[in-house]
Design a protein. Structure first.
Length: 176
């Protein structure tokens, strides 16, 4: 499947109302740290988070869609102010549907970023599907666009920079 050019990506982003993001391998580098007491830690990319906050200020809806529940994810998403944090089910399409109904958004208005086999079904439903550079080959073969950055290394910021260009917003204007 031919991938979108950056120019084509920007055109497609103009109709996006919701950005849905996987967590492990997209917002993180796919690593999880466990302490001896079972405490879980994740390393999130700060620039990705900063651009997520700016995008929400611009009016873009955000949803986190993870097949695995993590208290660390809950904590980070609360810190970022993301309202739709969906975790703990393998059926990502099923998790997203109620959010779309609540917001009055169609799948065609959703961009989804994933990295793994579990993400293929939602990628196939989304109006714009994106894989981070170090994704599973099967997902890369399915999606519309592949970032140049790896997961947890600025891939989400890369996509959101294109989003801001698409909607003609300077992200600096959103800093308060």
């Amino acid at each position: 499947m031919a991938k979108l050019t950056r120019h084509e990506l920007i055109e497609r982003l103009k109709g996006i109302k919701l950005l849905a993001l996987d967590v492990d391998g997209v917002l993180t580098d796919d690593s999880i740290f466990f302490g001896p007491d079972g405490a879980e830690f994740k390393k999130f990319n700060v620039s990705d988070g900063f651009y997520i906050v700016l995008a929400m200020r611009s009016g873009l809806e955000m949803a986190i869609v993870s097949g695995r529940y993590s208290a660390a994810t809950d904590s980070r998403m609360k810190d970022l102010g993301i309202k739709h944090v969906l975790q703990g089910k393998r059926d990502k399409v099923g998790m997203v549907k109620p959010v779309l109904e609540e917001l009055g958004i169609e799948f065609s208005q959703v961009a989804f970023v994933g990295n793994e086999l579990l993400d293929i079904k939602l990628a196939e439903q989304a109006g714009l599907s994106v894989a981070v550079a170090d994704s599973a080959r099967e997902l890369i073969d399915t999606v519309d666009y592949v970032t140049t950055a790896n997961g947890g290394k600025g891939a989400v910021r890369e996509l959101l920079e294109a989003y801001f260009e698409a909607v003609n917003i300077n992200p600096r204007d959103l800093i308060v």
